[in-house]
Design a protein around this ligand. Structure first.
Ligand SMILES: CC(C)(COP(=O)(O)OP(=O)(O)OC[C@H]1O[C@@H](n2cnc3c(N)ncnc32)[C@H](O)[C@@H]1OP(=O)(O)O)[C@@H](O)C(=O)NCCC(=O)NCCSC(=O)CCC(=O)O
Ligand SMILES: NC(=[NH2+])NCCC[C@H](N)C(=O)O
Length: 341
């Protein structure tokens, strides 16, 4: 049985493995012991704070196999981004160059730097180790965050964003960055991405082009990847699109990966989550439907997915096995929430 729970100090080695495996452009997990340790610490503090509104918390979860103790993936939520260090994006806009005397009409795309998503909540750090990418674990890791946000909505902004990893190859070569590097930055993409992951963004304001960029002046290779995601990030984007996330023309400064957004109350998982009480039985035949279930708590948040569940809409009861109840650390009659995965 796979259980999602807040990360703890003992998970350091597993988190480091995931940081290594996640590769270039996975900004939020740089391979850096000090930073990873402080990420765990910050998450622990965030879960234990009592709050009425988001400040700058970061909630990091791991997926654990209860039988083996192995950690198969991570998933996270930043409560409010851009509040300590600025959050930058490019916004894709249009400008029209028109001359009626010459009968010329040209529409050109421009990229303007902005901080429009300041204060939004951000879902991030979604990673399932390759050997576990089968079944519903990936979907569960992505969607379960919305249940957590719905249960603790006072801790989050109503606007939720996700910065999707943009196009780069296995050597960390990014066509969009290549152009910026040539003309403005003179450092390699992995280094720039690493610095941002460490929270060092001063160099952005120092070196970034100061004026909007005409996209048609970029190299054809750079133009071609604007708003596109990394090959390995396609499933993550697909999952968010199914939740109702949309791309409104905001892209990453460095690799031009798209940032997608949704209002918390409109997210499919938030709308479909059922709240009920728990009825525990010793055994239950597995059904065709897989449910994601959670205890809805904060520091002791636990969630899992299983086919051994019956939801009774009339009585608002989830019937499940003692094994599942144990994984959720719940007892007969406790509150439980869930959605069909
Ligand atoms: C993202 C996950 C965890 C997803 O797990 P799985 O790959 O097992 O997912 P899955 O269930 O097989 O696929 C999810 C959905 O994507 C579809 N799908 C699969 N491959 C696809 C492709 N090449 N193009 C388009 N869609 C594709 C599947 O059919 C399925 O859709 P149906 O449900 O319709 O069948 C994993 O792929 C992963 O760890 N990727 C590498 C890390 C990464 O790049 N992470 C995102 C970074 S960006 C980030 O972290 C922000 C975003 C965020 O946090 O959510
Ligand atoms: N355009 C980018 N590289 N954005 C970062 C994408 C990776 C992902 N959002 C993370 O948590 O790290």
């Amino acid at each position: 049985m796979q259980v999602l729970r807040p990360i703890s100090s003992e998970d350091f080695a597993a988190l480091k493995n995931i940081a290594v495996e996640s590769g270039h452009g996975f900004t939020s997990l740089p391979v850096d012991d000090k930073l990873l340790t402080s990420k765990i610490q910050r998450s622990q503090e965030s879960f234990s704070k009592s709050l009425n509104s988001p400040i700058d918390e970061g909630y990091l979860f791991v997926l654990e196999d209860l039988e083996t103790g192995e950690i198969s993936g991570t998933t996270a939520i930043e409560a409010a981004v851009g509040m300590q260090v600025p959050l930058y994006h490019y916004h894709q806009g249009k400008t029209v160059h028109h001359s009626s005397t010459l009968n010329v009409y040209n529409t050109v795309e421009i990229l303007s730097i902005c901080n429009d998503y300041t204060g939004s909540s951000e879902i991030c750090t979604l990673f399932l180790r390759e050997q576990f990418r089968r079944g519903l674990a990936g979907r569960f890791l992505s969607r379960i965050r919305f249940l957590f946000m719905a249960e603790h909505s006072e801790r989050f902004s109503n606007r939720v964003i996700a910065e999707m990893r943009g196009v780069s190859d296995e050597n960390g070569h990014s066509p969009f960055w290549q152009w910026l590097q040539e003309h403005f930055f003179s450092i390699e993409f992995p280094k720039a991405d690493h610095l941002v992951g460490l929270g060092d963004k001063v160099f952005i304001s120092e070196l970034m082009p100061k004026y909007p960029i005409y996209a048609n002046l970029l190299s054809p290779e750079a133009q071609a990847v604007i708003g596109h995601v990394h090959e390995k990030t396609k499933p993550a984007l697909r999952l968010l699109q199914k939740e109702g996330f949309e791309h409104r023309g905001y892209v990453d400064l460095f690799d031009a990966g798209p940032t997608v957004e949704a209002r918390l109350e409109n997210i499919r998982t938030v709308r479909e989550t059922q709240y009920g009480t728990l009825d525990i039985v010793e055994e239950l035949p597995s059904s065709e439907t897989t449910w994601a279930l959670s205890n809805g708590q904060l520091e002791h948040f636990r969630a899992t997915f299983t086919t051994s569940v019956v939801w009774n809409e009339q009585t608002e009861t989830f019937t499940t096995t003692s094994k599942t109840a144990e994984a959720l650390q719940l007892q007969q009659g406790n509150k439980v929430s869930g959605f069909v995965l």
